[in-house]
Write a protein that binds this ligand. Structure first.
Ligand SMILES: [Zn+2]
Length: 347
């Protein structure tokens, strides 16, 4: 009797303690500890059967039966407690985070187009109204297309105007301007007429500062056909300037030099900040340099597949970043590609 009583008493004692401990538990983590202690590998409930030899043979079924009873009872209590704790946590959350269905919803954060995508699309739209289509050409170019076919053979001193990124593959470079696209468009469409804009990223091996970047956009304009004159060039570009900068804007053309156009010019627009009086933006001159242009050089026409005796054409190249900087008074070109959200969010 003494042996049976000892193990039995241990069991009863364990049940009482487990029952009391469970009643005080408030937290899920404490509940898990309690479960391990009560039903784990070292618990009395699991080990009671291996200790049955301590008890007289005829008493063993009674002890085993009682152990199972206690186990079932404690398991039921455990499940009840577990659900009570979950319920309490839910109630706490509901009262802490009261749902007010009458509150207006939060509007989702809307993305936007990069300022240069916006400027580029505006430029495309203006030229589209004049019948120019967008024509894209590769950013990785050959020396042949980037220089030679544009009337700049290897020895040509004008190559110094373009600091070039060369690749490890001889003759393959990153394009320094969008002009190689002229040759590609001409070779695709010759001898038909062409009106295209050639946009995209260009790369130069520059010392970066407020007005120099190693990457920047260019938009090239190309028109080829019969009877195209310098008057068409001036008319098209002046119309562009009016649509881009305002109906009243004045333009002027100055002689310039590019190896692939003849004659060549640069177009200025009257400073839209000071109205031509002179300010810091136009450096006191009253004019802003906007683009370079010219009539296609006969060598370039011939390289594109057109007979320069029968066909003429004009080209122009402008920098959309410069236009955005002038219009929005952006002091540093490096902002555009630095991926600083504080800058980009302003547009
Ligand atoms: Zn000015």
């Amino acid at each position: 009797m003494a042996e049976k009583n000892k193990l039995m008493l241990e069991l009863e004692e364990m049940q009482t303690q487990a029952h009391q401990a469970l009643a005080e538990i408030q937290q899920e983590t404490d509940l898990q500890k309690w479960h391990t202690k009560t039903f784990g590998r070292t618990s009395l409930l699991i080990n009671v059967f291996s200790r049955l030899p301590e008890v007289a043979k005829e008493e063993r079924p009674v002890v085993g039966h009682r152990a199972n009873e206690i186990k079932t009872a404690l398991e039921t209590e455990y499940l009840a407690k577990q659900s009570a704790i979950k319920q309490a946590a839910l109630q706490r959350n509901l009262s802490a985070e009261k749902l007010d269905v009458s509150l207006p919803g939060r509007s989702p954060l809307q993305g936007r187009l990069h300022p240069q995508t916006q400027t580029l699309r505006q430029i495309y739209n203006i030229f589209a109204e004049m019948g120019f289509q967008v024509y894209r050409s590769p950013e990785v170019e050959t020396d042949e297309y980037n220089f030679e076919l544009l009337n700049m053979p290897a020895y040509h001193p004008a190559r110094d105007m373009w600091d070039t990124f060369y690749t490890t593959k001889p003759g393959v470079i990153l394009r320094t301007h969008t002009s190689p696209g002229q040759i590609r468009a001409m070779r695709e469409f010759a001898p038909g007429p062409i009106r295209v804009v050639l946009p995209g990223m260009c790369y130069r091996y520059e010392q970066m500062d407020a007005s120099h970047e190693i990457q920047f956009n260019q938009v090239e304009l190309l028109a080829v056909g019969k009877h195209i004159t310098f008057g068409d060039l001036k008319g098209t570009l002046t119309d562009f300037a009016r649509r881009m900068f305002g109906e009243e804007v004045q333009t002027r053309f100055r002689p310039s030099y590019f190896p692939f156009t003849e004659p060549s010019a640069e177009m200025d627009v009257e400073c839209f900040v000071c109205g031509g009086k002179g300010c810091a933006i136009c450096k006191g001159g009253g004019w802003l340099e906007i683009l370079g242009c010219g009539m296609l050089h006969p060598v370039v026409l011939r390289n594109g597949g057109y007979d320069p005796e029968k066909y003429t054409g004009f080209a122009a190249g402008l920098g959309p970043e410069r236009i955005s900087m002038l219009r929005n008074r952006i002091p540093d070109i490096r902002y555009f590609w630095a991926n600083d959200i504080r800058f980009l969010e302003q547009f």
